[in-house]
Ligand binder design. Structure first.
Ligand code: BJ8
Length: 430
């Protein structure tokens, strides 16, 4: 990082030595995985900068926002409505959970067979490595999967700033009613913590800001449908990851700028890989920053990843909130409705997700689907069966992988993904 932020990190209570180690590993990984890519769009320069300053400049901004009276709210799930956080003039931050850090500390509290994401969110906190969690005034957790909801109890014991909202596990009328009440509960809590009421103009403005971000990400997603793909899956994944950290207005402007450049690429037939490169759709558990493993392997094996049916991907932006509401109450109704369109595997039944995979395979012209589940992530591991059935019914090759954040299975995954890419190539010529 260009500036010396040690004083700031120390003030936040980070473990400086361990943090230096983490930043060094992150910087090496970024260099090897991202900066070694050829033919990247110039617009990725902004996102490279954001990553280089992920624990630097962005934290400076957030701490300044705090001094200006803004409430910093940390989250780990798409089910926490960003609109409500912005409506109390708050800052929404997706907390660190994508790297294998602090596992030894986390395993003092958690069993070994819990998913890497849960282990990481506790690990980052316990090892003193996440400046976002230290800057947060409130952390909103949710009852999506069992591991998360129980781990939030521990996180609250340690931080004393966790609120847990109940996400229903069915989209029945009862489920919808419950969720609407929970949305109200989040709104009330945010008002209490920030001291700012959610007014109609604020809610309208916040909802517009978040929807504009979603529209920009949707546009990016639709540009990946072209062959040759104008942007790598790695770069698109990175943008989706950054969407959880960055200032939303600035982020949207930068994504739009990048999409303008990609439009030009499409018009001139310029791609990140040659036309006809095997196209992969990723589907499954979210990939929090800096989890780039599967994309790096797939793209290093001669394929291009053209979409992510994931919370760090399509589930984050596929649907919008109906605008034009005329009261706070109506706005909250519409926001609650919109969030229930997210097809997380914690719901049963979850036919909508199968439909999403089918639609994305078709619109993005994917040649194969890789189902990615974090080890011990029961909802996604079990739902893989139905995704496989649906995908193969369409005649699309399917590969199921389960992995974690370590690099131990890199070679084994590479062998399997290379064989999958070969299978796609053979299928095309047969
Ligand atoms: S809406 S996918 S972000 S819950 S990987 S912790 S499910 S055992 S992250 Fe998720 Fe919200 Fe659903 Fe999306 Fe549990 Fe699985 Fe771990 Fe997971």
């Amino acid at each position: 990082m260009a500036n010396d932020y040690r004083e700031m990190w120390s003030g936040l209570g980070l473990n400086l030595e361990a943090h230096d180690g983490l930043m060094a590993v992150l910087s090496d990984a970024y260099q090897n995985i991202y900066l070694s890519q050829q033919n990247r769009p110039a617009g990725m320069g902004y996102f490279d900068f954001v990553i280089s300053e992920v624990h630097g400049q962005r934290i400076v901004e957030i701490l300044k926002d705090k001094i200006d009276g803004k409430t910093i709210v940390g989250t780990f799930c798409l089910y926490v409505p960003e609109e409500l956080i912005l409506a109390v003039d708050g800052v929404a931050i997706g907390l660190c959970a994508g790297a294998e850090v602090g596992s030894d500390e986390a395993e003092k509290y958690l069993p070994r067979n819990v998913c890497a994401l849960i282990k990481a969110f506790l690990g980052f906190k316990l090892a003193g490595l996440c400046p976002y969690v230290e800057s947060s005034d409130l952390i909103i957790g949710e009852t999506t999967c069992d591991g998360k909801k129980k781990a939030y109890e521990i996180l609250d014991d340690i931080t004393h700033k966790v609120m847990v909202v109940e996400v229903p596990h069915t989209k029945s009328e009862e489920g919808k009613r419950l969720w609407r009440k929970e949305v109200q509960k989040i709104a009330d809590k945010l008002t209490e913590v920030s001291g700012k009421a959610i007014t109609l103009p604020r809610l309208r403005e916040a909802s517009k800001v978040v929807d504009e971000k979603r529209k920009a990400l949707k546009r990016l997603s639709s540009l990946r449908a072209y062959d040759p793909a104008p942007i790598s899956g790695l770069d698109a994944l990175l943008i989706n990851q950054v969407s959880f950290y960055d200032n939303p207005v600035r982020f949207t402007a930068k994504v739009i700028e990048l999409c303008d450049e990609l439009d030009q690429r499409v018009k001139s037939g310029k791609g990140i890989a040659p036309k006809g490169t095997p196209r992969i759709l990723l589907s499954g558990s979210p990939m929090a920053i800096p989890n780039w493993k599967v994309h790096a392997i797939a793209e290093g094996s001669g394929a291009v990843v053209v979409g992510e049916e994931s919370c760090v991907g399509e589930r984050n932006f596929a649907t919008l909130v109906e605008q034009g509401f005329s009261s706070v109450e109506e706005g909250l109704d519409l926001i609650a409705d919109r969030y229930l369109t997210i097809n997380c595997a914690c719901f049963t039944p979850n036919e909508g997700r199968l439909q999403d995979v089918t639609n994305m395979t078709r619109t993005l012209h994917a040649d194969g689907v890789i189902h990615y589940a974090l080890q011990f992530c029961t909802p996604y591991m079990v739902e893989a069966y139905k995704v496989k059935k649906t995908t193969e019914k369409q005649g699309t090759p399917f590969l199921r992988i389960e992995t974690d954040y370590s690099m131990e299975d890199f070679g084994q995954l590479k062998t399997r993904i290379e064989a999958f890419v070969e299978l796609i190539k053979e299928k095309r010529t047969s």
